[in-house]
Write a protein that binds this ligand. Structure first.
Ligand code: CTP
Length: 419
């Protein structure tokens, strides 16, 4: 029980948060009624959008009574549209939850269809999407459904695994809707920090924060190098946010074309080995290490003198692995609170959770990269994971994401110290 609860002022975990619940046709639709009740019990505002199939299982009156709002199901309902247009409703949502999500609904989301109100709302919304599938086990295990799920996950959508057990159709296997209490927990985890957890100027007062930023350059000779496209913007934004949160901040920075943030001490380095040395030196007295740098995984085994001229044949390079700086910091004892970053082309959650574990990190911030995403762009989305938790930040400018991330780190750091 929290102090608030003891004082009789129980505040729901989702106070004032705006949840759009999409309900698809399936016998588990009746459990969506319980989900609405639980979400509202935690203080959330809930609007329900049902597919035509869903309303064959549960009537509009049930959802209406439980949510306190008209149930939306028809894209062409003039009266409902006049009250809140579907685009407005899509913008209103802070999170969209589809529970139960039928095989057909998953397929329509995967392919970006917008042939009814729920699918149109999902396509018109920038909010995080949580899909909670429930269906017959053969439909769930069908390669078409599994391919749709993989495709959705690769796009950053969270798809829960259905529970295994007795099914309404009499079969036994995976396909049951997970417990509404568990769905509520995931909703809470996926929502960006609420107003109570926002950034403030004293969040990291008295703390020392070290940030690695930018690319590294791994020299082939005295002129040429192997490098990457990291601009250093995210690292510099994180350093600035930590400074604004009251911390003393050091950035160990690879070569970037950005001005150093005022008030932050910058240590300039070129190679991964130089970055490692500077970071290990600085983190000894640090409370937090945030590894935002895009460190080259390999360096040329040899560095030639001068600038060797090209020869007629090709050139074979021998590369050797660089040390993993963030993993080394995480292995120190005592060690600071360690935050890693990961840029992934697909399956963000699996890769991030794997790196969190493998590198011994306290937290990892992942983002999907691909054409027009991630490197060298202003706007981004971060999906942050730690043992037992996750949250999605953005989409937003890197400066805004950096502030949300710093607020999150400050909270986790405070929780860790309290234990
Ligand atoms: N990192 C590090 N030292 C390295 C390599 C990476 O400190 N030699 C840190 C980065 O700063 C970042 C995280 O580790 O915080 C990224 O992990 P990494 O394993 O390099 O992931 P990616 O480069 O995203 O991908 P992959 O390993 O899958 O190539």
């Amino acid at each position: 029980m929290t102090a608030d609860e003891e004082c009789g002022e129980r505040r729901g975990r989702l106070d004032g948060r705006r949840v759009l619940l999409v309900v698809a046709g399936g016998i588990a639709a009746y459990k969506a009624a319980e989900l609405v009740r639980k979400l509202r019990g935690e203080g959330a505002e809930v609007r329900v959008a049902a597919t035509a199939g869903a309303l064959r299982f549960v009537g509009v009156a049930t959802f209406q009574a439980l949510s306190g709002h008209r149930v939306r199901h028809d894209l062409w309902d003039e009266e409902a549209e006049a009250a809140m247009g579907h685009i407005e409703l899509a913008r209103w949502a802070e999170i969209v939850v589809a529970a139960p999500a039928s095989a057909h609904l998953l397929a329509r989301f995967a392919h970006g269809l917008a042939d009814d109100l729920p699918t149109t709302l999902v396509l018109a919304s920038e909010a995080p999407l949580l899909l909670v599938p429930a269906m017959n086990r053969v439909m769930w295990l069908h390669p078409a459904t599994q391919a749709n799920v993989a495709h959705l996950r690769a796009r950053g959508v969270t798809v829960l695994e259905p529970d295994v057990g007795e099914q309404a159709c009499g079969e036994h296997g995976p396909g049951r809707l997970p417990e509404p209490a568990l769905i509520v927990e995931r909703v809470q985890a996926l929502l960006a920090p609420g107003p109570g957890e926002r950034f403030s100027a004293d969040l990291l007062a008295g703390r020392r924060v070290v940030v690695s930023a930018g690319p590294t350059r791994e020299p082939l000779d005295e002129v040429r190098y192997i490098g990457n496209r990291s601009s250093g913007r995210m690292g510099y934004a994180v350093a600035t946010a930590a400074l604004r949160a009251g911390a003393e901040v050091v950035v160990v920075s690879g070569p970037v074309g950005l001005p150093p943030p005022e008030g932050v001490r910058v240590r300039r380095v070129e190679t991964a080995l130089e970055m490692r040395e500077a970071v290990l030196d600085e983190v000894r007295a640090a409370d937090v290490f945030m590894a935002v740098a895009a460190v080259a995984d390999y360096r040329p085994a040899r560095r030639a003198a001068g600038k060797p001229a090209k020869t007629a044949g090709g050139l074979r390079l021998e590369l050797v692995p660089n040390p993993d700086i963030v993993a080394e910091v995480a292995a120190l004892d005592p060690r600071p609170f360690v935050v890693g970053f990961a840029a992934e082309a697909d399956d963000l959650e699996a890769h991030c959770r794997n790196k969190l574990e493998r590198k011994g990190l306290d937290m990892i911030a992942g983002n999907l990269v691909g054409p027009g995403r991630g490197f060298d762009v202003e706007d981004n989305t971060l999906h942050v994971f730690w043992a037992g938790g996750e949250v999605r930040l953005g989409p937003g400018a890197k400066t805004a994401l950096a502030r949300d991330l710093v607020a999150l780190v400050a909270r986790r750091l405070a929780e860790r110290r309290r234990r």
